[in-house]
Design a protein around this ligand. Sequence first.
Ligand SMILES: [Zn+2]
Length: 239
Amino acid sequence: MTDELFREDALLRRCEARIISLDETGIGFDRTVCYPQGGGQAGDAGVLRLADGREITLADTRKGARPGEIVHLPATGADLSGLAVGMPVVVEIDWARRERHMRFHTATHLLCALVPHPVDGCSITAAYARLDFHMTEPLDKDALNAGLARLVSEAHPVSHRWITEAELDANPQLVRSMSVQPPRGQGRVRVMEIAGVDLQPCGGTHVANTAEIGAVVVTKIEKKSARTRRVVLGFAEPV
Ligand SMILES: [Zn+2]
């Protein structure tokens, strides 16, 4: 099991850790700041700092084969000689990339508040985000952009808390996504709240206030199928 530090504090950029596994699937640590690809959000990249001063580039982070396992994928061609289980290291994320994930991810929650339909697909990367809504009505890009700009400028705080699975079962309307069900079996589910705007189960990383989303805009709306409308988000400023 890896202690998932990013679940409680998405703003942590680095941590000390020990190597607990090391094989062709990647490197595991006893704790990490790196978010593993999941729930539509891309995994973190970063760097591994060794005690002797060497740095190993981490290209991506994924869930491992076993529950609770997280594997960090070294960049192609990285020199892993000398690494060993038990070795202390520092894990540091590529913050510029993660910050873009968090801005986009939080913006997708604002979209959920603006478009009251179930979500049946989601992808969040550093370059764009897209959200598929299960709906037949057309969407108005200008209206969505005006709504996003308003919710960003209103500077709503973003927070998370844990609820019991029984509480979730008693409030099925909280689950907006048809494609991603909240993880079960731990007795508790993490919910993300933008007070008065959106509340739903989510294990991803978010900015602390909607104002930090900044200039995120709807760049495209596509009719992916008779019952799916895809909304694509991009940054209005050059990145
Ligand atoms: Zn989220």
